[in-house]
Design a protein around this ligand. Structure first.
Ligand code: AKG
Ligand code: FE2
Length: 306
């Protein structure tokens, strides 16, 4: 069932019908059985980490998907620009690991983002970066020997959101940043390499829109399809933590909301009309970025045992 849906949404010819794709932006979402997770509006807090004030967050759950939480874009426009720039310019640098590390295409004193400004192929060949405990794509085993510092801003922001949702012990220890072009897909999989599979997984989307499939514990279960738009946050906890999921399609959208102005002065972030923002905007006009943040260790565990 998962593969069937994946093929359906991936297909270019014929193109799929998106009518059944859950759209948390539409007011009629409640008709689809989606409920408000809990009322966060009472607890107000300062706008931080590029996030809007808590009272403006909209948080949803799907009753049939236990532990799945969806936060509809809680970022300010400038906040989105901040994280987009981080993913492109900073998280793609050493000591983080990239899929293109072994291609020998980047001079040792240079970095991907600057080098790729004059090389479109290189710009589009970055597929992932790993941060903190580096995900080993072959063995799927994390190790102390394959670990670097986790970026403090991403750690603070993710843990801040975790606390607001009641995950008081969550610690951000590993992340994969996925970079998608309009024709990229991510096939169905489960994320089970972490020793701690009880801790939630946080997924942040920026740029072009994805069709995301959330299935069950086996590939036999029909997945729910939903749109992930720029700024949306998805959390897989409890039973949904180990569910199959994937991205069969990236869709080019008409309105680049990351270029909008905020109603207030958001200083120290790039303004959308800033010339320095242009290369990031050019990249994003045909790309999607996903930051996928995980806890690896059990609460209180200091390091991996192997
Ligand atoms: O790009 C996404 O939305 C999902 C990424 C993902 O599932 C992963 O990195 O494990
Ligand atoms: Fe995943």
């Amino acid at each position: 069932m998962f593969k069937h849906s994946f093929k359906y949404y991936k297909s270019k010819n014929p193109p799929p019908n998106f009518e059944e794709v859950l759209d948390f932006q539409k007011p009629e979402f409640e008709l689809n059985g989606i409920v408000i997770y809990k009322d966060l509006a009472l607890k107000s807090s300062l706008c931080n980490y590029g996030l809007k004030n808590l009272k403006d967050w909209r948080v949803y759950q799907i009753p049939s998907k236990n532990g799945f939480i969806f936060i509809r874009n809680p970022f300010t426009h400038a906040g989105q620009r901040y994280w987009i720039k981080k993913c492109l310019k900073d998280y793609s640098r050493k000591p983080n690991k990239l899929n293109i590390d072994n291609f020998n295409v980047i001079p040792s004193d240079k970095n991907w983002w600057d080098t790729a400004q004059s090389d479109k192929t290189l710009l589009q060949s970055l597929r992932w970066a790993t941060l903190g405990y580096h995900h080993n794509w072959d063995t799927k085993i994390y190790s102390e020997d394959n670990r670097s510092d986790f970026p403090s801003d991403l750690k603070d922001m993710t843990e801040y959101i975790a606390r607001k949702l009641g995950f008081m012990d969550f610690i951000a220890e590993a992340a994969i940043v996925n970079y998608y072009q309009l024709n990229s897909t991510l096939s169905g999989h489960t994320d089970h390499s972490e020793q701690n599979l009880e801790a939630p997984l946080f997924s942040f989307s920026f740029g072009q829109t994805a069709v995301f499939l959330l299935g069950g514990k086996t590939i036999d279960e029909k997945p729910v399809a939903m749109f992930l738009r720029s700024g949306d946050i998805l959390i897989m906890s409890k039973q949904s933590r180990l569910c199959y999921h994937g991205v069969p399609r990236v869709i080019k959208i008409d309105h680049d909301i990351w270029n909008d102005e905020d109603e207030f002065n958001s200083n120290n972030y790039y303004e959308a009309n800033d010339a320095l923002w242009t290369p990031f905007n050019n990249y994003l006009s045909h790309s999607r970025i996903n930051m996928n943040v995980r806890q690896v260790l059990h609460t209180g565990q200091l390091k991996l045992c192997h």
